[in-house]
Design a protein around this ligand. Structure first.
Ligand code: ARG
Length: 458
């Protein structure tokens, strides 16, 4: 097939070079955006008298029929086409003749690709934002059901202080709310129309870029025609936001994997989100969580790949930039896939409250509370801290725990101890006494749940 630009050449492009150059196999997914952009362009050209109203109607009719045929499967993408933009333009000319050849007046493929990818990502990210809301809703509900589930909170993966499972889960809800904000911000910043940059320098035609921008749902136009076609910051911003989101999912998955083990047994994943082993009949593996954790790596890879591709490019468009699409599409698909599996996986998991409670009873996680008890009775914190450290050491030596020490022993250590020490260091008391904002106490947890609900209703 002759290339549209064949006029300048006396030989056909080598077959391998042609395949190497072509992007249709991955940019075909932007066909709707390409057609919508072209319809807006035809309308603009006619409104400014650059083409006739008759040609514009023919173009729009032709493009609409192409869209219908692609949607219905009557028209399939030609793998030999150079890219989606060329494919649609040549199909249009096949269908309507000369009018089709007028469409490319006052625009360039560099504008088209910059336009299409923005529009495509805008739509896809609306979906991701909705999916994140569903995920955050599931976490809010899980938190609500588990405000009474006491578990060990950890630092250094060592039992540290008791927290509720609700509090722990809400930490992730906060992270996902920020992820939502980062993606929303990136989409907002991306929403400027580059169409009409005309390859790089603008055009001699009396075009109306605002008309096209408005028609295509953009907030404004890109202010500089060189920037309009060269900028891929929006892909990088999204890839960065996706990387952070995947990192959050991955940390959560790591905990899910641990919690599903016999060593923890804090949760049991639903059978519909677990797999078995080909040899060990007893196994129930958290494959989904592991896969999500694993897929985080490829999203980081996509970010680094595109950063590296762009770093040495002179202005304006260079073919290297075609590499943006595989990176951003791969990351986008991965994020959508992971969130859509993660949400029902966590929503259907059974929380094993008793096991959490049993684990919380071990590991002296009420030691801070014992120190606070002494502080309230008048002892300086550092002295209380030291005395409790010695008490813990005593318990370890004698195979016992703080709440089981007899009162005489406590009194031997300090005469500030009284009968009320036992109620003060119970796990329930440790949680309920944490009254500071943002803490694991019931009032703070309810405030957090309300905050998440407000976000969801926004
Ligand atoms: N397929 C190209 C891409 O994805 C479209 C723009 C090509 N422009 C050009 N002048 N070669 O980047």
């Amino acid at each position: 097939m002759d290339k549209m630009w064949a006029g300048r050449f006396s030989k056909q492009l080598d077959k391998l070079a042609d395949d190497f150059n072509s992007s249709i196999r991955f940019d075909c997914r932007m066909y709707k955006q390409d057609i919508e952009g072209s319809i807006a362009h035809a309308l603009m050209l006619a409104s400014k008298g650059i083409i006739t109203a008759d040609d514009s109607s023919k173009i729009i009719e032709g493009l609409t029929s192409i869209l219908e045929d692609i949607d219905s499967g009557a028209l399939v993408f030609d793998p030999n086409a150079e890219d989606i933009h060329m494919f649609i333009e040549s199909e249009l000319t096949k269908r309507i003749g000369d009018a089709g050849k007028r469409l490319h007046t006052a625009r360039s493929r560099n504008d088209q690709v910059a336009l299409d990818i923005r529009m495509y990502l805008r739509a896809e990210n609306q979906e991701i934002l909705e999916m994140l809301k569903t995920l955050i809703t599931a976490l809010r509900d899980k938190a609500q059901e588990n405000t009474d589930a006491i578990m060990p909170g950890y630092t250094h993966l060592q039992r540290a202080q008791p927290v509720t499972f609700a509090h722990h889960i809400l930490a992730y809800a906060m992270m996902f709310i920020r992820d939502f904000g980062r993606i929303k911000d990136a989409v907002k910043r991306m929403n400027s129309s580059p169409i009409g940059s005309c390859a790089l320098a603008g055009t001699t035609y009396n075009t109306d870029r605002y008309f096209e921008a408005q028609r295509l749902g953009f907030d404004t136009i890109t202010m500089n025609s060189i920037d309009g076609v060269s900028d891929r910051d929006f892909c990088l911003e999204l890839l960065s936001a996706y990387s952070v989101l995947m990192m959050h999912l991955s940390r959560f998955c790591e905990e899910i994997v641990m919690w599903s083990s016999w060593e923890f047994k804090f949760i049991e994943l639903d059978d519909s989100y677990s797999t078995g082993s080909s040899i060990m009949p007893q196994k129930k593996n958290p494959d989904m969580a592991e896969l999500i954790r694993g897929k985080c790596g490829r999203v980081y890879g996509d970010l680094v790949a595109l950063l590296t591709t762009l770093k040495g490019l002179p202005l304006a468009y260079n073919k290297d930039m075609q590499e943006d699409k595989e990176a951003i599409f791969d990351a986008l698909d991965t994020v959508k896939l992971c969130v859509s599996v993660f949400t029902p996986m966590i929503a259907t998991a059974t929380v094993l409250k008793d096991n959490m409670y049993t684990a919380a009873q071990k590991g002296f996680i009420n030691a801070t509370d014992l120190a606070d008890y002494l502080v309230k009775k008048g002892m300086p914190f550092r002295s209380a801290y030291k005395l409790v450290g010695e008490t813990v050491a005593y318990c370890i030596r004698n195979g016992t725990v703080l709440e089981d020490l007899p009162l005489e022993k406590f009194k031997e250590l300090s005469d500030l101890f009284e009968e009320d020490v036992y109620t003060d260091i119970s796990l329930e008391a440790c949680v309920n006494k944490r009254i500071s904002e943002g803490g694991t106490g019931p009032k703070s947890v309810q405030t957090q749940i309300d905050y998440v609900t407000e976000f969801l209703n926004d």
